[in-house]
Design a protein around this ligand. Structure first.
Ligand code: ATP
Ligand code: ZN
Length: 307
């Protein structure tokens, strides 16, 4: 007997009426405005994550990746990540260490570089850090400063202020400050100078500890992209022409990712060599290549390196 394929109309109806399953998204916290906003948005873009332009929104959904961006004050990011309101965050290491929340640093990101330093009025020149004993230091970073003072057995008074720390010595509120410095121009215009660096900081990617399986998968994809972009930034593509008898020497200087590509030129006895070179070795290697007879050297930027 032929099997009947008649459907139960009720069952079909109930399936089509089921609520669509909610897509789990990776919630990414970014500074809403300020020094880290641009670098963080640029890095996301380089990772292929298109964030639609929004006007003053707190949360934006990404179209081409299962993610949403939360725009927050940088000081709040570690706590939101710890509490699972956001899964990951782009924030200064200085803020992560100061807030001391339960988060982990996954990657250093290379932008937002600055130093947390003790600065003194121009005339004051202690011979050693021990001479800081007994002074009053104004800062917005009491946790990091306290730890550093303890490690160095210095007994100083910490005066916590939240903004315009650099004016504290001039108005007689403190003898010194401990604040973020990049160029030093704010210190200079307040007749202070950078005396002692206590932390070198840059933007970092942090995560919480309880990501669902799907969110961890998305994070792994994003981390893979970030690492590919970072690798490409520190590496250049090099193209050069060289006489065949020197190819062995030239290849020694250009190990590349695997090994250099060599293509014969129309000019008899010459080849074109293609490889990559680390930005740190750049000038040293170029000198050696020239000495080995390389000509027409071209150095090109690389957008991404996928290994
Ligand atoms: P928010 O409104 O988000 O609280 P903010 O005023 O606290 O912003 P910004 O001044 O935008 O913060 O600095 C954000 C981060 O940029 C700092 O925590 C630090 O990691 C980094 N940074 C880099 N250079 C400097 C600098 N010269 N001064 C201050 N922060 C710097
Ligand atoms: Zn802040």
């Amino acid at each position: 007997m032929k099997a009947t394929t008649k459907r139960n109309p009720k069952a079909t109806l109930s399936t089509s009426q089921e609520a669509p399953r909610k897509v789990e998204k990776l919630r990414i916290a970014v500074q809403k405005s300020g020094r880290l906003n641009e670098g963080s948005m640029k890095l996301l873009k380089e990772c292929g994550i298109d964030v639609p332009a929004g006007n003053n929104q707190l949360k934006i959904s990404v179209d081409n990746f299962d993610a949403e961006i939360l725009f927050l004050r940088d000081d709040d990011i570690p706590e939101y990540v710890q509490d699972g309101v956001a899964d990951i965050g782009f924030v200064g290491e200085n803020v992560v260490l100061e807030k001391n929340k339960d988060t982990k640093i996954l990657e250093r990101l290379g932008y937002g570089k600055c130093r947390l330093s003790i600065a003194l009025p121009k005339g004051k020149k202690p011979k050693s850090i021990q001479e800081l004993d007994g002074i009053k230091i104004a800062t917005s970073y009491p946790f990091i400063l306290k730890k550093w003072l303890k490690q160095n057995k210095i007994n100083a008074d910490i005066h916590v202020i939240s903004g315009s720390v650099e004016i504290a010595p001039r108005i007689g509120l403190a003898d010194a400050i401990c604040d973020l410095v990049s160029s030093g121009s704010t210190l200079f215009s307040n007749e202070l100078y950078e005396y002692q660096i206590i932390l070198k900081s840059e933007a970092v990617l942090i995560s919480g500890n309880n990501l669902s399986k799907r969110r961890q998968e998305l994070l792994d994809q994003l981390l893979f992209r970030i690492r590919s972009v970072k690798k490409a930034k520190y590496t250049k593509y090099v193209l050069l022409n060289a006489p065949n008898e020197n190819l062995e020497t030239i290849c020694k200087y250009l190990p590349g990712i695997s090994s250099p590509t060599i293509v014969p030129l129309a000019k008899e006895g010459w080849s074109s060599v293609h490889s990559v070179i680390s930005e740190n070795d750049f000038w040293n290697v170029i000198e050696k290549l020239k000495a080995a007879g390389a000509e027409g050297i071209l150095i090109l930027p690389i957008e991404k390196i996928i290994e």
